[in-house]
Design a protein around this ligand. Structure first.
Ligand code: SAM
Length: 226
């Protein structure tokens, strides 16, 4: 399992069967989710875009788009390229596509229901892959498989930009543990501390690592090269 053992995983590894519940819960949240993204994720999204090194004209994929806030940033930055997105929740994917097409009608873009663990894209299809706040929701085994998928769809030298929920505040971690216990399919558990090791096991080279805070909410932005 690429250096990952469920038994050594911090803070309760998630059961592999959680994905169906995750899809249902995010499907139901699609209409209100933009508020949470604006309050807690927008600064990290901005930093991720800056650090990613993407240039207009690239072939870009975002996995787990949620309601599409980062996706729209990517489409705007990559107006002359192709920007694809996917989310396990069909409602999230549909919302993302609709808003991107409305704001950027000329852009070459598509967003569809996609499971990050098995993606319907050919190998080496993308110059850049983005994924924000997904790994928390995957089991240890699925994280390893998903990182392999990211590597597979990236061209050699292509970059993966990951955003994770930070683990550098004790009280926040305690609150997150409680939330994760109450609703594991929505919150998952924090995995940020293990992220560099996981990227290295998946044969990525880390280029950029930055902590970001938006009010009380900590995030970590990692950029890695295949
Ligand atoms: C915490 S939200 C983050 C949304 C967005 N990336 C952001 O930065 O605000 C997690 C998203 O991951 C999606 N997701 C969960 N499991 C997934 C999987 N296996 N494949 C693709 N997307 C998944 C959920 O449907 C949800 O939209």
């Amino acid at each position: 399992m690429d250096g990952l053992q469920e038994s050594t995983w911090p803070l309760r590894g998630l059961p592999a069967t959680l994905a169906d519940r995750t899809r249902r819960v995010y499907d139901r949240m699609a209409a209100v989710y933009p508020v949470s993204t604006m309050l807690f994720h927008s600064r990290a999204h901005r930093c991720a875009l800056e650090a990613s090194g993407i240039r207009d004209g690239m072939s870009v994929l975002e996995v787990a788009t949620g309601s599409g806030e980062m996706f729209r940033r990517l489409v705007r930055a990559n107006g002359g390229g192709t920007t694809l997105g996917g989310d396990l929740s069909p409602n999230m994917a549909a919302r993302t596509l609709k808003s991107a097409r409305r704001r950027f009608p000329q852009a070459r873009t598509l967003c569809q229901a996609v499971d990050a663990r098995h993606m319907p894209f050919r190998s080496e299809a993308f110059d850049a892959v983005f994924c924000c706040y997904l790994l928390e929701l995957l089991s240890a085994e699925d994280i390893a498989g998903t990182l392999r998928e990211f590597r597979r769809v990236l061209r050699t030298g292509g970059r993966l930009t990951l955003v994770l929920i930070g683990q550098d505040a004790r009280w926040f971690n305690a609150a997150y543990r409680l939330a994760g216990r109450a609703a594991p399919a929505f919150w998952g558990r924090q995995v940020e501390r293990r992220a560099p090791e996981l990227l290295i096991s998946a044969q990525f080279e880390i280029l950029h690592d930055r902590a970001v805070r938006q009010s009380f909410y900590p995030s970590r932005v990692l950029v890695a090269r295949k």
